[in-house]
Design a protein around this ligand. Sequence first.
Ligand code: PBG
Length: 330
Amino acid sequence: MPILPTHRPRRNRKSQVIRDMVQETRLTTHDFIYPLFITEGQNQQVEIKSMPGIHRFSADRVIDEIGRCVELGIKSFAPFPQVNEVLKDRLARESANMEGLYLKTVADIKRQFPEVVLMTDVAMDPYSSDGHDGIVDPDSGEILNDASLEVLGQMALAQARAGADIIGPSDMMDGRVAWIREVLDSNAFSHVSIMSYTAKYASAFYGPFRDALDSAPKRGDKKTYQMNPANRREALLELALDEQEGADMVMIKPALSYLDVIREVRDNTQLPVTAYNVSGEYAMVKAAAQQGWLDGERTMMEVLTSIKRAGADAILTYFAKEAAEVLRRG
Ligand code: PBG
C-alpha cells in the first residue's frame, strides 16, 4: 500500500486568509520610486510609443502628475530630462545649468512638494551630443573615465543645489561615487545621499528609455562601461567598491533578468538594495497585455513581487502608479 503524505504544504494554501497569513513578501507603495520624463514646453503630455501609459511631461504638467501620485501614496520620484538637441555638446555642459529645464523643474517640484524625495540622474547621455554617459575622445572614440568624473561631479553638485535628496549616478565610470561624495561634502551637501547604480548591465532592455529621451549613443555601444550580462561575481566587485566609496544605497539594473544578482548583492551587504525594473521590462508586459496574451495587472504584480522577493528593498518602476492603484483597491 502506498504511503499517504504526512507533510501537506497545501494546508497552508487552503484559504485566502491562511495564504495571506503565511505570505512572505508584501508589496507596498513605500517600495516604489517612480521614474518621470520631463520635456520642454507648456501643457505637454506626450505618451511614449514603446511605453503605453508613460508620458513625457512639461514642467507644469509633471507637477499635476506628482500630485496624483502623492495622493496614491507614492513619495519618491526619479526624474529624467529630454534635452533639446541644440543644447547638447561633447561635454554635456547643459547638465550643470541651474536655469536649464531639468534643474529648474527639480527645484520647482521640491518647492511645491517639500516632502517628496527626488533622486536625480547623474550621467552625461541626455546632454551629450555623442549620446554616451561619459566624454568621448574625438579621435579614438574611447570613453574617457577620469575626465568624465569632473563633469559628473559638477552635475551632481548642481543637482544638490537644485534640491535633490538623492544623487543617482547611472554612468558606470570607475570611482565616481567617491568623487561625487567628495564634491558634495566639500560644498556643504553632506546630507545629500548617493544611490549608486552599482551593477548596471549593458542591456537591450533600455531601448524604450532611449526612445523616450532621444539619448541613444550616436556611435558604438556602452559595453566598455556597463557590465557584461554574463557576469555575476563582477557585481560583487562593484558592490565592494561602492561601499568603500561611500554609497548609501546600491542598485541592480535591470531587474528581471538579474534576480540572481539582486539576491547575491542582498546577501553581501548591509546597505539598502534597490532594483530598476527598466523600460523594456515594462514594455514587454504592456505589449503582451495589449495583445490579450497576458493578464497585464496580474503580471505586473507578480513581476514586482518577484523583484522584492529576490531581495530589493525598493523598486524603480514605471508600474508604480498602476500598482499603487491596485494596492489601494486591496
Ligand atoms: C542613462 C540611463 C539609462 C537608463 C537609466 N539611465 C539608459 C542607458 O544606460 O542607456 C535606462 C532606464 C530604463 O531603461 O528604464 N544613464
